[in-house]
Design a binder for this molecule. Structure first.
Ligand code: NAD
Length: 472
């Protein structure tokens, strides 16, 4: 099939390349000419494992190209995915829909005949209905444009895998129209994926829009839940990591997304829960999502708690100290620094008078753009030169598996602060380091192996002496 993907950022570039991988002829459209030129040259403008291969393979096969011209898109195909950004408004919690609206405004008047637009951006409930009305005014007489909404659930760091092997496909269509033809087109686009048994949820616009923000609200709540518990653990000297392992054995709870630490960030969870709260108010469900305010507050509090912990670790005042921050991306396997907890902490420490040096395996360039006043190093060792404290702020595998000896001879003081509770506390202490962890003590755990972090959000506890409880 011939498809276009409007908006070629993290979501859109991945979607365009993966749709081509499924055998479709794909045209990616973006207003950013530099991004388009790089994608067309086979260069992924951000870090996403595996995407470069898929992009280059499909460019070479002639199934994929990129343009800045919406007219090309209107002429090229009759099915258009919409993946432009939906950031938080500058003033207030609501979602800034101007990119979605401008994409529709640019495309709709150019369409002729029958077209299907499939929204993938994360939008507040009611957006599809409003856009359908907007398009009805913009489209030429005799042109019929159907709008479906199919939210995207990919995780940065696993974007290719998640696009080609999703947990589920969700498609919402106009509840007042018979859009079975749209359903069939979408089923055809994803035929190869659906044949593997992936659940295909067909519903109305509003439900589809709500599925995405509800999923993100749930995940954010789970992270803030364990971080709230960690605040109690901090006060009573309990180990929240062992606690999370123990409650995670209950199949109803599960261990994923129960890692206490510096909390969530990035281009999705923070703005999505805020946008959800704002829209709940607008639709009159003013009480419904009040708890998300607390979820947000717990999350933001972690950043301040981390700054306090580092301050304590260097003796009560960071002024004049050298602090190494390992990690700048909001999570490992990504170069995304949007609302990054790591950079927030780095910035706060710098404002308090510390000399902060940051190292991230992939996100240094993006970080430098956002926080030019910080220093950036080419390696963890370089960042830790003469450091009074080393702070692990993003759980990249190279930091998790770092041997304490690697840094011992370059630091000024052997003080390590684990902002993700991802290090082997026993090993660091044994090597003579003063070990601090956000969320309270990390006990030596002779019976419990280090938590394997195969994927950043999947932490299956490896317990050697305790039998796995039967699943319920
Ligand atoms: P992004 O900022 O990386 O990409 C958005 C792209 O849209 C940019 O390249 C921008 O230049 C382009 N754009 C803006 N206006 C345009 C227009 N009128 N025509 C064509 N292109 C235009 O954002 P992203 O992270 O890819 O997110 C996009 C959407 O997907 C958001 O709604 C986000 O919430 C959602 N989402 C993102 C992820 C993720 O992991 N990044 C996951 C699921 C859902």
């Amino acid at each position: 099939m011939k498809l276009t993907v409007i908006g070629c950022g993290y979501l859109g570039a991945t979607h365009a390349a993966c749709m081509a991988e499924l055998g479709h002829d794909v045209l990616g459209v973006d207003v950013d000419a530099d991004k388009v030129a790089r994608l067309q040259a086979g260069e992924v403008p951000f870090f996403e494992p595996g995407l470069s291969d898929v992009l280059r393979r499909n460019l070479a096969a002639g199934r994929l190209r990129f343009t800045t011209d919406h007219r090309d898109a209107a002429d090229f195909a009759s099915v258009h995915f919409l993946g432009v950004g939906t950031p938080q408004q500058r003033r207030g919690y609501a979602v800034d829909l101007s990119h979605v609206e401008s994409a529709v405004d640019a495309l709709a008047p150019l369409l002729r005949g029958e077209h299907l637009i499939i929204g993938k951006s994360t939008v507040p409930v009611g957006t599809a209905a409003a856009l359908a009305q907007r398009m009805a005014v913009l489209t030429a007489p005799g042109t019929r444009v159907t709008l479906a909404w199919s939210p995207e659930f990919l995780r940065e760091g696993f974007a290719v895998e998640d696009t080609l092997e999703p947990d589920r496909l969700v498609v919402g269509t106009d509840p007042d129209a018979d859009d079975t033809a749209a359903d069939e087109v979408i089923a055809e686009i994803y035929r190869e994926i659906l044949e593997t048994g992936v659940p295909f949820v067909r519903t109305d616009w509003a439900t589809a829009e709500l599925v995405k923000v509800s999923a993100n609200a749930f995940l954010a709540t789970k992270i803030s839940f364990i971080n709230a518990i960690s605040e109690i653990c901090e006060n009573v000297g309990a180990d929240v990591s062992t606690l999370a392992d123990a409650i995670g054995y209950d199949g109803r709870i599960g261990r994923r997304f129960l890692n206490a630490g510096l909390g969530f960030g990035g281009g999705c969870l923070p703005k999505d829960i805020r946008g959800f709260m704002a829209r709940a108010d607008e639709v009159g469900a003013t009480q419904a999502l009040r708890f998300l305010r607390e979820v947000d507050s717990i999350n933001t509090r972690r950043r301040g708690a981390m700054v306090d912990l580092v301050t304590d670790a260097v003796g009560g005042d960071v002024l004049g100290t050298n602090i190494a921050i390992l990690g700048a991306a909001f999570k490992p396997e990504s170069d995304d620094v949007r609302d990054s907890p790591a950079l927030n902490v780095a910035g706060q420490l710098a404002l308090r008078g510390a000399s902060v040096t940051v190292f991230d395996p992939k996100a240094s360039l993006n970080s430098r753009r956002m926080f030019p006043m910080l220093s950036y190093a080419q390696s963890a060792r370089e960042a830790c030169g003469a450091a009074d404290a080393v702070v692990v702020a993003t759980e990249w595998a190279e930091f998790v598996h770092m041997a304490p000896e690697e840094l011992a001879d370059v630091v000024r003081a052997r003080v390590i602060v684990d902002g993700r509770r991802c290090l082997d506390a026993t090993a660091w202490r044994a090597a003579g380091w003063e070990f601090h962890a956000i969320g309270g003590p990390m006990r030596d755990r002779p019976n419990v192996g280090p938590t394997p972090r195969v994927r950043p959000d999947v932490a299956l506890p490896q317990v050697e002496t305790v039998a796995t409880p039967p699943s319920r």
